[in-house]
Design a binder for this molecule. Sequence first.
Ligand code: FAQ
Length: 313
Amino acid sequence: MTSEAVKESILEADFDAIVAAGDRVEPRDWMPEGYRKTLVRQIAQHAHSEIIGMQPEGNWITRAPSLRRKAILLAKVQDEAGHGLYLYSACETLGVSRDELTRLLIAGKQKYSSIFNYPTLSYADVGTIGWLVDGAAICNQVPLCRTSFGPYGRAMIRICKEESFHQRQGYELLMTMMRGTDEQRAMVQESVDRFWWPALMMFGPPDEESPNTAQSMAWGIKRNTNDDLRQRFVDMTVPQAEALGVTLPDPDLRWNDERGHHDFGQPDWDEFMQVVKGNGPCNAQRLVHRRRAHEDGAWVREAATAFAAKASA
Ligand code: FAQ
């Protein structure tokens, strides 16, 4: 073995020990290149999801039904911008700039969550996104607070606190509508019917078709499999749907006493693959909008750079 190879094997053993002990790997620590790449991929996708995720709800800010609802929605969408920024910062500690990540997103070379390629057709969708989409995000992200990479785990702690608040506001909005007129109740049910299956897809493909899960769990990046978290979400959501008075659109959904969990049907995985490949209902629109916003913001970046140069001169 060359001295370089010996050095690397010692560093790798140190890294393995940190992961095995459940401690945090920090940006200056040695890490395998595959670990770094996997983190960049996952954190970048996560950051892009928060930023693109502002669009479906942002669509309703100018048409919110009251000043109170408008203030709540504005605050929520702003929180999502903040989450994107914490995550881009975490990713930058791995040596990739936010500029580069944005370039990859708008060139269509990095992904964001499938859920944000579905349209928001009624105001009830704002509530449903809070309840189901933030609910799914929380199930997926609470375990990520214990992820092995320090900056990612610490960003997740703050994000999860805010996501919990988002979930509650969505549920409260839907509960208010369910206490309203027959028309409002029908709007809620129609919205839940559209978002239920895409929300289940947020957890990713079934375990046997998830190429990344085994390695990501071995590295302590992911703490649970996609199917485990999907099950947790269904179990958590069914009683909430009952309390709300809506029906979840799955004829196979029922409690299984033996398993101690709900059985449920499978989402349309062909549809999922199409959405992930860029062929969902709103993929093109989301990227066009993001590109335009980036171009419109060029003068702000130029002014900030000029100001920083002047200040340091
Ligand atoms: N959409 O092998 P796996 C939010 C891709 S934030 C698109 O299982 P992995 C807040 C995956 O990237 C929502 N692509 O992959 C909010 C991989 O492709 P690649 C975002 C998906 O990484 C609320 C391939 O399929 N949350 O909602 C999806 O081990 C309301 C194979 O999959 C996060 O990003 C999908 N749903 O597990 C904002 C959480 N699923 O890259 C506004 C962090 C899978 O190899 C309003 N991420 N793919 O070409 C994760 O936990 C994981 O990355 C998973 C996927 C679980 C999403």
